[in-house]
Design a protein around this ligand. Structure first.
Ligand code: ADP
Length: 579
């Protein structure tokens, strides 16, 4: 009994098989009870014999099903029930005056549950016709029915109803039990998946943090080398280090984004932004890359485009940069063109259309559907020298989906491709942008570095538990002549801020003992603090719009991401100290 219950409640066994076992056991139990009742209620030998034959046939078929695992046994039993056992029982127990009618209802439920699809329809139809025939035949030839005393027939009918009802109740209890058990399993699995997602998210964000910290030192110190008057060969080496570090960073960012998209941690943050400033940021980044490869970079902006839009500027830039970078990457000669226009949709909403066209290697028609799958690189053999992870376009597609945008690709293999991107956005300022000239006049030779301000009278405190990061900040700010003091942790920072007034504090987040957020609050509130009103900027390797939101909410005046560039650091200090 115990092992049968385990079998019936085992979710790994198909529900159909379990139902078969349960229903067959119930039906057989009912049969045994009715046979025993017939024996003790003084039924005729013929009646008892009929019951015995039926019981043996029924048991045999069920046993055969369990031995052979033959699924169609359900229909076989149903046929047996309706063409042999049921008619025999019906005619031998008083027809509709005895205990047979409720069994008919139970038998129909049985047939319905143990058969499937077309087999179910066919078996049910045959069974209904079969039992209908019994009723009709009994009506036309009542003399064929073996009748009992009226009191015995009533008792049998009552007991039959009671038995069938009890059996149906057992069936529903089972179904409810199965639902509860399986629901519990689903909930458990859901929780496991969520835990796994969280663990994956934590892993990727800590991996990103751990990689950014040394890359911060590489990029920062390399920038210092590039600022020096150095031989051309050394400069070229330093430039290559810069390019390699950027690729490494880009890859980390892509992996982090992918993990966020997969775990549902990516958010779309819509804000008003200036169309031209967004476009000029993009052009500035792509221009140099195109120029380095000897490609022409053309940009066409529809003069009627609104000057202010409302959307997620950061993610739109990410999408366009990805597609434009690909256009440059996969084009050996010719040009890359970015055309931007807008349109009002039928439902009154506004969409911006971005067309990125290149004269590159092109994509075969049959490969276009695979472009947006993660980790897919097309023509792997031809492009193995071009760096890439195969994640970029998958991220583009997922971000567009989140924004309600679309991307379509038209391409001629060997001649070039066009990516048509459409992003619905609200119009924040309808005045037209007019003729915009985004062409950046950048010379290939990097100009000699010059600090954007000099402020020897200002004092900065940099707080970080990694000595290399402190050294990078100090070196990057050397030419601004600003006084940079350092603290290797929160405790030292609190001591220093109660002894000296600093105009600005650059604070790392993740530090042992006291983290940057706690340190910020204590600097603001400790009694003898001389820096209660100083500007405090979070300089961290924890990236993401959600992190930025958190830091702003905690009270940081600014947010900078490692690896930090000298120019970005100077700009933020100049902004906050109004230099
Ligand atoms: P990757 O990091 O490899 O560039 P993407 O997801 O950005 O990954 O692109 C997927 C693949 O699509 C690329 O590996 C490349 O084969 C193909 N592809 C993308 N853009 C272009 C393009 N402009 N021209 C030709 N092939 C392209």
């Amino acid at each position: 009994m115990k092992s049968m219950m385990q079998h019936i409640l085992n979710p790994e066994i198909p529900l159909q098989d379990r139902l078969f076992q349960l229903l067959s056991t119930i039906a057989l139990t009912e049969y045994i009870i009715v046979t025993i009742y017939s024996m003790i209620s003084g039924s005729s030998v013929t009646q008892i014999l009929i019951m015995f034959v039926g019981m043996i046939l029924f048991t045999g078929t069920i046993a055969f099903r369990f031995r052979s695992g033959y699924r169609r046994t359900g229909s076989v039993i149903s046929g047996l029930l309706y063409f042999l056992i049921y008619p025999m029982t019906f005619f031998s127990s008083g027809g509709m005056y005895g205990g047979a009618p409720p069994v008919f209802a139970f038998a129909l439920v049985y047939v319905f549950l143990v058969t499937e699809k077309w087999e179910r329809v066919a078996t049910l139809a045959v069974c209904i016709v079969g039992s209908g025939f019994c009723y009709r035949f009994a009506m036309l030839h009542p003399e064929i029915l073996i009748r009992k005393e009226i009191a015995a027939e009533h008792t049998e009918s009552f007991l039959s109803i009671l038995l069938v009802t009890l059996l149906l109740c057992m069936l529903f209890t089972f179904v409810t039990e199965v639902y509860k058990t399986e629901n519990h399993i689903v909930q458990q699995q859901k929780k496991e998946i969520e835990d796994l997602n969280q663990a994956q998210k934590r892993f990727f964000s800590s991996m990103s943090h751990e990689i950014r910290t040394p890359v911060n030192a590489i990029i920062g110190l390399n920038e210092m080398t590039l600022r020096e008057n150095i031989p051309e060969e050394v400069r070229e080496n330093a430039r290559n280090i810069e390019v390699a570090s950027k690729i490494l960073l880009h890859t980390i960012n892509e992996i982090l984004d992918m993990s966020k998209l997969e775990t549902g941690g990516m958010e779309i943050l819509n804000n008003d932004y200036h169309t031209t400033s967004m476009l000029s940021d993009i052009v500035n980044m792509i221009w140099v890359r195109a120029q380095d490869k000897g490609l022409e970079f053309v940009i066409q902006v529809d003069p009627t485009l609104p000057s202010g839009l409302h959307g997620d500027e950061v993610r739109i830039k990410q999408i366009l940069l990805n597609v434009l970078t690909n256009a440059v990457k996969y084009t050996r000669e010719g040009s890359v063109r970015l055309a931007i226009s807008g349109k009002t949709n039928e439902n009154g909403t506004y969409s911006v259309l971005y067309d990125v066209t290149d004269t590159g290697i092109g994509i075969r028609q049959e490969n276009i559907p695979y472009l947006f799958s993660a980790f897919q690189r097309i023509e792997e053999r031809n492009i193995h020298t071009i760096e890439g992870t195969g994640l970029g376009l998958s991220i583009v597609k997922q971000l567009l989906d989140m924004m309600g945008g679309t991307v379509k690709v038209t391409s001629e293999y060997g001649k070039g491709s066009t990516f048509h991107i459409e992003i619905p956005q609200k119009v924040a300022d309808a005045s037209p942008v007019g003729q915009v000239n985004l062409r950046k006049t950048q010379s290939t030779a990097t100009p000699r570095y010059q600090s954007s301000f000099v402020a020897p009278e200002r004092k900065i405190l940099a707080v970080d538990d990694t000595p290399m990061n402190l050294m990078v900040v100090k070196k990057l700010l050397r030419e601004t002549q600003i006084m940079v003091d350092t603290a290797p942790g929160g405790v030292e920072a609190l001591r220093k801020t109660s002894a000296t007034h600093y105009d600005l504090i650059l604070m790392d987040h993740q530090m042992p003992e006291m983290d940057g957020i706690e340190c910020l609050h204590r600097i603001r509130t400790q009694e003898n603090s001389l820096c209660k009103d100083s500007k405090i900027v979070c300089l961290t390797a924890n990236v993401g719009s959600d992190m930025e939101k958190l830091y702003r909410q905690e009270g940081f005046d600014g947010y900078l991401v490692k690896p930090i560039r000298g120019k970005t650091l100077e700009d933020e200090i100049a902004r906050l100290l109004q230099l």
